[in-house]
Design a protein around this ligand. Structure first.
Ligand code: TYM
Length: 334
């Protein structure tokens, strides 16, 4: 008998070029999981409408995310890659789950409160119910593992709540999905300015995008905040310095990291040298990915083919879940 693989799902909003946070928080794990799990990875174009209602650049951004997923090493023969709006049934499940989500809990969601601060003139109902749509994305494939960064943890907790409420009310249909990072804590890749995390559209000068040119990367890293260095051996690191070391651990060799760690401990560290080294290691890491993204972006028929085939496979899988959902709810009239 066929050994059924466990189901994995994750998505990325097409609101701008992807960055090192998306890479280390999500893409790197997608690639690591594609051999051992039944993987569904998608572009969350519907979610992007909650904050980016202008759709004139949407198609370009969707293609950019697909190209970046491929450039990062996702193999469309192994994982199903699709665009969220090509799965109409997600919107149907979102509607049903909305009846099981309470206004109070939605208003308390951290990402909702953040978005209200950022876009006070566009606090729409889609933004409020964003976690419900995310739950529909996950539950429609009966996914068990969801590889994401730290910022998505609360959305996963809400997904489990909605799934449990559905199961209690209508009968057991959904598993309880969990945020996944191979038994490690979920990651949060810090920005270069020591404030918050790398982000697609909030702090562009402190975020390294996978499409940044070498010179742009060097400039951003060299501008990172530092100070005159520790004055006593073994002093604690301020956050903005700790962040630079955290970034170094991602892209530099362990010898480089331990060299600069020792230099910090004995107060001989020169931040100019540290940043130069970090910049070169980031350039070496990003440049090949950037080249692949641009190469793939040139081949529009290839991207379209992947999205078409992905939509077909994702629809086939989701349709099966929706039969279970409608039956459980008693929405099976004939
Ligand atoms: P999005 O598009 O903001 O980010 C995509 C993925 O990148 C991770 N990420 C980070 N990880 C670590 N450090 C950072 N600085 C950082 N910035 C972003 C995010 O955690 C995410 O894994 N709501 C989701 C999209 C979505 C989704 C889903 C995800 C819609 N439906 C279903 C999983 C399952 C989002 O806005 O991701």
């Amino acid at each position: 008998m066929e050994n059924k693989k466990e189901i994995v799902l994750s998505g990325i909003r097409p609101t701008g070029s992807l960055h090192l946070g998306n890479y280390f928080g999500a893409l790197a794990n997608y690639v690591k999981m594609q051999d051992d799990y039944d993987c569904y990875f998608f572009v969350a174009d519907l979610h992007s409408l909650t904050t980016h209602p202008d759709t004139s650049t949407l198609k370009e951004h969707v293609k950019n995310v697909i190209a970046t997923m491929l450039a990062a090493g996702i193999d469309p023969q192994k994982a199903t890659l699709y665009n969220q709006s090509h799965l109409y049934t997600t919107s149907e499940l979102y509607l049903y789950l909305n009846m099981l989500a309470y206004k109070g809990e939605l208003e308390k969601t951290v990402t909702f409160k953040e978005k209200v601060r950022q876009h006070p003139d566009n606090v729409n109902a889609g933004l409020l119910t964003y976690p419900v749509l995310q739950a529909a994305d996950i539950l429609i494939h009966l996914a068990k593992y969801v590889p994401v960064g730290k910022d998505q943890e609360q959305h996963l907790e809400m997904t489990r709540n909605f799934a449990n409420r559905f199961n209690h009310r209508y009968g057991e249909v959904f598993p309880e999905p969990v945020a996944f990072n191979f038994n490690h804590n979920l990651v949060k890749i810090p920005s270069l300015d020591g404030e918050g995390k790398m982000s697609k559209s909030v702090n562009e000068n402190a975020t390294i995008y996978l499409t940044d040119e070498d010179e742009v990367i060097r400039k951003k890293v060299m501008k990172a905040k530092t100070d005159s260095g520790p004055t006593a051996p073994d002093s604690a690191m301020p956050d903005y310095i700790e962040n630079l070391y955290a970034l170094m651990r991602l892209v530099s060799t362990s010898d480089t990291v331990s060299h600069f760690e020792k230099a910090y401990k004995n107060c001989t560290v020169r931040y100019g040298d540290l940043k130069k080294q970090l910049a070169e290691d980031m350039v070496a890491f990003v440049a090949p990915i950037r080249r692949r993204i641009y190469e793939i972006m040139e081949d529009e028929p290839y991207i379209n083919k992947i999205m078409t085939e992905g939509a077909e496979k994702a629809n086939e899988h989701a349709n099966k879940t929706m039969v279970l959902v409608r039956n459980a709810m008693g929405l099976n009239y004939f």
